[in-house]
Design a protein around this ligand. Structure first.
Ligand code: MG
Length: 490
C-alpha cells in the first residue's frame, strides 16, 4: 500500500534533502558509537543469554487514577495490580511532557524534548502534514541497546515523525508495527465531536504500518490493542534466545476509544474502562509468555504513560485521581503517571514516593543492559537501579515542567513552584504568570490546593536558583531547534 513518503512533491523534496544530510550524520554518529563501544560489545556479545530483556509498556493519555492499584474503584486491573505488588509502584513519577510528541522524545532519548527540537510553542505535537521528526543525531534507547547486542521492536504509536527517515526502523529498532501517530488524526472531513465519542474505525483514516510499509488503512482500531499484544507476544517467542527490548506504546486510551468484542460493554466504568481492562489483559498475556519461556526472572517490565488524562472529553477521558487537572498542563494531573517496575528476581517490592521520570529510563535501562549512555551530549537521565534493586533513595531531586519551550513549573524535593499556569483543551485557558510563583508542598498537598508562597519565600528563592542553573546549561539555540514541529509548508 506504499509508505507515508508517498505524499505531495514539496514535502517529498524536503524529505529527500533532509535524508541526504541525515544519512551522513547518521553514519558519523553510528561510527562513533560503534568505535567507542566496540570493546564492550565484543565482551558482552559472548554472554548474551545472561543479559536481561526489557519491555516498556507505554500508554497514551492514561490518568494517574485509572488503575486499581492506583485507587480506581471500578476499573479492574488485576494483572497490573499483581505487578505492582510484586515489584515497585512509583507514586511520584513524571512524563517528560504533558502531550504526546515531546513526551515520547523524552522517554526514548533520556533528554528534555527541547534538546531534540521535539517541542514547540506553535504546534504541540506532530501532525500528518508535518515534515519533521526526531533528528538522526539523537540516540534512542533502542540505538544504544542495539550496540549492546539487543534485538529491538517498537509496537504501537510512534509520533516522532512518520516520514521514512524518522520511523522506528531508522532509530535503532529492528521491527516496527503500529500506527505512526495519534489515533484521532487523519479524521475524515466533517468528523464531529459526537462522532469522536461514538467512534467508528472508518472515521479516522490512520495507517497501520509494518516497518516502513502501510499494511492497512484505515487501521481497524477495534482490534488494535489486541493486535499490539499479539505482536509483543510473538516477538518474545521469536527472540527468547537473545536479549530483546520491546517498546510497546499503546495508541489507547487516547480518544477515540476502541475495544475489541471481548471487552466491549464489560466494565462498570463504560468504554474507557473496557479499554483499560483490555490493556491490563494484554499485560497479563505478556507476563504469561515470559513465564512460559522461562524469561520472567530475567526481564524488566516497566509500565507507565505519556501524559495525563484528556479531561476535555468528560467521562470519555480518564481520571487523574486526586491530582489536579490533566493532559496538556503542568499541574500534577498533566504529567504525573501511574508507574510500575517489575522484575521478580531483582526488584525489591516497595511503594516509592521519591521522584522519577520517563527521562530516567534511558540511563536505567542502559546501565542494566551494559549499554553506553552517550557522553557527547547533555543527558537529563538518572540511573534508578540503586532504588529498584537496593532500595536506595531515588537519585532525582529536581524536575522541570516544560510546556513547549517554556518552563512553567519546577519541583525540588517535596516542593513545587508554578511560574506560569495555563489550562489546556478548554475555553478557559488563559496563560497566567505568577510573581511571586505559587508554592505547594505536593507530598502534603498532592491536589495543589493550598498555595503557601507567602509562608515560605526562602523555599521559592532556593528553587529559583536551581532554575537559573538549569537554564545556564541549556545550549544556546536549543529553543530554536524546537521549531521542528511545524506544518510541511511553514
Ligand atoms: Mg498522549
Amino acid at each position: 500500500m506504499g509508505t507515508l513518503n508517498d505524499v505531495p512533491d514539496k514535502l517529498n523534496f524536503l524529505g529527500t534533502k533532509m535524508k541526504n544530510k541525515i544519512s551522513r550524520r547518521k553514519f558519523l554518529r553510528d561510527a562513533s558509537i560503534v568505535s567507542s563501544s566496540f570493546a564492550t560489545f565484543n565482551l558482552l556479545s559472548c554472554n548474551n543469554n545472561k543479559k536481561p530483556n526489557i519491555i516498556i509498556i507505554f500508554c497514551d493519555d492514561l490518568g494517574y487514577g485509572d488503575l486499581g492499584t492506583f485507587g480506581h474503584p471500578s476499573i479492574r486491573t488485576p494483572n497490573l495490580d499483581k505487578l505492582a505488588a510484586e515489584g515497585q509502584k512509583w507514586t511520584n513519577f513524571y512524563a517528560a511532557a504533558s502531550v504526546c510528541t515531546p513526551s515520547r522524545a523524552g522517554i526514548l532519548t533520556g533528554r528534555l524534548p527541547i534538546r531534540s527540537g521535539m517541542c514547540s510553542d506553535v504546534r504541540r505535537v506532530l501532525f500528518p502534514d508535518s515534515a519533521g521528526g526526531l533528528p538522526q543525531t539523537e540516540i534512542t534507547i533502542a540505538a544504544a541497546l542495539k550496540q549492546a547486542g539487543y534485538k529491538n521492536a517498537c509496537i504501537g504509536k510512534w509520533h516522532l515523525g512518520h516520514l521514512n527517515q524518522y520511523l522506528p526502523t531508522n532509530h535503532g529498532f529492528d521491527y516496527y508495527y503500529g500506527i505512526p501517530y495519534s489515533n484521532d488524526m487523519d479524521a475524515i472531513k466533517g468528523t464531529t465531536r459526537k462522532e469522536q465519542i461514538n467512534p467508528r474505525t472508518e472515521y479516522f483514516n490512520v495507517p497501520l504500518m509494518r516497518n516502513e510499509e502501510i499494511i492497512e488503512r484505515p487501521a481497524d482500531q477495534n482490534s488494535i490493542t489486541k493486535r499490539y499484544t499479539e505482536e509483543a507476544v510473538k516477538y518474545i517467542r521469536q527472540n527468547k534466545d537473545q536479549p530483546f527490548f520491546i517498546y510497546l506504546a499503546h495508541n489507547l486510551p487516547h480518544i477515540p476509544l476502541f475495544a475489541s468484542s471481548d471487552f466491549n460493554n464489560t466494565s462498570k466504568r463504560g468504554l474507557y474502562g473496557d479499554v483499560i481492562e483490555e490493556i491490563d489483559f494484554g499485560v497479563g498475556e505478556i507476563i504469561k509468555t515470559l513465564k512460559e519461556n522461562g524469561l520472567d526472572k530475567n526481564t524488566l517490565v516497566i509500565f507507565t504513560s505519556d501524559n495525563g488524562p484528556w479531561l476535555a472529553f468528560n467521562q470519555h477521558g480518564g481520571s487523574a485521581g486526586l491530582l489536579r487537572n490533566g493532559k496538556g498542563t503542568t499541574w500534577e494531573g498533566g504529567m504525573r503517571e501511574p508507574t510500575i517496575f517489575w522484575n521478580p528476581s531483582k526488584i525489591k517490592p516497595a511503594v516509592i514516593a521519591g521522584m522519577g521520570s520517563t527521562l530516567d529510563l534511558f540511563s536505567t535501562v542502559c546501565n542494566l543492559a551494559g549499554a553506553q549512555v552517550p557522553a557527547d551530549r547533555i543527558m537529563d537521565s538518572f540511573n534508578l537501579l540503586p532504588t529498584l534493586f537496593d532500595g536506595k533513595p531515588s537519585p532525582r531531586n529536581l524536575f522541570f515542567y516544560y510546556r513547549g519551550t517554556e518552563i512553567y513549573a519546577v519541583r525540588k524535593g517535596d516542593f513545587k513552584i508554578h511560574l506560569i499556569t495555563q489550562n489546556s483543551y478548554t475555553k478557559n485557558n488563559e496563560k497566567i504568570v505568577h510573581n511571586p510563583p505559587q508554592l505547594y508542598n505536593i507530598q502534603v498537598d498532592p491536589s495543589e490546593k493550598y498555595n503557601i508562597s507567602e509562608q515560605h519565600p526562602e523555599i521559592i528563592e532556593g528553587i529559583l536558583k536551581d532554575l537559573v542553573e538549569h537554564k545556564s546549561k541549556l545550549i544556546p539555540g536549543e529553543d530554536q531547534l524546537a521549531k521542528r514541529i511545524v506544518k510541511s509548508d511553514q
